[in-house]
Design a protein around this ligand. Structure first.
Ligand code: G6P
Length: 491
């Protein structure tokens, strides 16, 4: 067991992700390092430090190239170098076609079951394959015999098979798919559905957040390949040389850290000055929404429910404030510019309709918030609105719960977010499209007794603390260890 009680490091670990854990930029002539602030990169970083493995990622920082050696490697973290970051440089065409193209205009909408937003071009696919090959070759080079290579997400649907061809059974391959897996009827619209399934079936372990995505993946494999033998109870696909275990691991957050930061003096100071600056009364009912500006997050649906709520319950005008922190994302893509426009227009409409000189129902936060500020906002918000129309997991919901030190807030949560499988019994569950019920639920969270809200929040906090980010990784690494032991026995 490592000294600080985190997940046990895995010998020779190689992580492959599109985003890099450290990025370098210029501050005048000086090079500064930006560190992971949250999510997977922040959580994996200490594991990598203990495992002293290698992380392969797209080098996207403006000064990234300045700090690498001739093999494109840099040791990180800078103050205590303990693992290797291997950068892959992408040129403009690669970024356009692999990242904005196939990853985010084909696979992203496809896996979120949004056929209408798929833009397919043959050049996207070719480039996706080529970039997957570049990452696969780098991962292969970094891996020793016996290494675990752990792929992250939909950017690398083909790389596992490429590595397997090169290294055979001497490496263990695991993949975590962080976004939903759709039904076969949705997935088969993809012109490369078969190649992608084959690419993923080269893994020893394939993880999703929830059981439903595992089942939909297995059903797709069953429908696509006549020669696949599926052990439905065990979740194992037998096809070719490598059996693939398909299992759910609902991801968690670093609950201890979030709680600590939410409880800091800095967090308290932020809240006071934030309320002051935005003219939010001390006794206002504050709802919070934090998202990347993505069409899967149900932001216009949320704003429509708020509008309906203020229409139906005029007594809350002047009292209820919705703080929206929506960060711009993937703006090269027309569908993202469109959602940005729609969100801005809808928020403006709500403010124009109900706002007064003293009060605005929707407060937009456009600046970057440091982690402490964000957790302070979560701690003090009376409710959080998570209204995804489709979401792999949604860790905002868990971060909100982890920050609720007083257990007084309420989580309004879409049935269509993966995290509803974890928290749905105690959250106030909604269908984001059902505007009247959504508005009713907002009203219910406010009018329910404090005891009811506290009971629900206590239960959720226990769940979030018990299955945190470390537990998630532990679970995955233990499963890999079991698979290795089994294959050693049978070999
Ligand atoms: C989702 C994906 C991640 C991705 C993140 C941010 O959570 O599952 O893989 O990194 O969105 O999107 P971006 O395109 O900016 O990396």
């Amino acid at each position: 067991q490592p000294p600080d009680g985190g997940p046990a490091p895995t010998e020779g670990l190689v992580v492959v992700s599109n985003r890099e854990p450290y990025s370098h930029s210029y501050d005048g002539d000086e090079i500064t390092v930006e560190r992971p602030v949250g999510g997977l990169t922040a959580g994996l970083d200490p594991v990598m430090q203990r495992a002293s493995g290698t992380w392969v990622a797209w080098g996207d920082g403006e000064a990234d190239r300045e700090v690498v050696d001739e093999d494109d490697r840099v040791r990180v973290p800078p103050e205590d170098p303990s693992y290797t970051l291997r950068r892959i440089w992408l040129d403009d065409d690669e970024v356009e076609e692999y990242y904005y193209g196939y990853s985010n205009q084909v696979l992203w909408p496809l896996c979120h079951s949004d056929r209408g937003r798929i833009t397919y071009e043959p050049r996207f696919w070719k480039r996706y394959r080529d970039v997957n090959r570049r990452f696969a070759e780098a991962a292969s080079e970094e891996a020793d015999s016996g290494s675990l290579i752990w792929f992250q997400d939909y950017h690398f649907g083909l790389a596992p098979e490429m590595v397997r061809r090169d290294r055979g059974e001497e490496v263990t391959l695991a993949h975590f798919w962080h976004i939903p897996w759709p039904t076969w009827d949705d997935f088969r619209v993809c012109p490369q559905s078969e190649q992608l399934l084959e690419g993923l079936l080269a893994n020893d372990l394939l993880g999703f957040h929830v059981d439903r995505f595992c089942a939909q993946f297995l059903e797709g494999v069953d429908a696509c390949f006549d020669d696949a033998v599926i052990d439905w109870d065990a979740g194992v696909v037998h096809r070719g040389d490598t059996p693939t275990l398909v299992e759910s691991f609902p991801m968690g957050v670093d609950a201890d850290r979030i709680q600590r930061l939410a409880d800091s003096g800095e967090a308290e100071a932020f809240w006071d000055s934030f309320r002051d600056e935005r003219g939010i009364d001390a006794d206002a009912i504050v709802a919070v929404g934090v998202d990347r500006l993505d069409y899967t997050k149900g932001i216009p649906e949320r704003l429509r429910a708020i509008e309906y709520f203020l229409d139906s319950y005029p007594e809350f005008r002047g009292e209820f404030v919705y703080v929206q922190k929506a960060s711009e994302s993937r703006s090269e893509i027309p569908a993202y510019r469109e959602i940005q426009r729609e969100v801005a227009e809808t928020a403006e409409r709500v403010n124009d309709r109900f706002g007064t000189d003293e009060w605005k129902p929707v407060v937009n936060v456009t600046e970057m918030l440091p982690a402490t500020a964000l957790y302070s906002l979560y701690r003090h918000a009376d409710l959080a609105l998570v209204s995804s129309v489709r979401d792999g997991m949604n860790l905002v919901a868990e971060e909100y719960v982890a920050s609720q030190l007083e257990n007084e807030g309420a989580l309004v949560l879409s049935d269509f977010a993966g995290v509803d499988d974890t928290l749905g019994d105690y959250a106030y569950t909604i269908n984001p499209y059902a505007t009247e019920e959504f508005a009713e639920t907002i009203h219910q969270t406010i009018t329910d007794s404090p005891t009811e809200r506290r009971n629900r929040m206590r239960q959720m906090r226990q769940l979030v603390a018990a299955y945190d980010l470390d537990a998630w990784m532990d679970d995955i690494f233990e499963t890999v260890a079991e698979l290795r032991a089994e294959s050693a026995d049978s070999g």
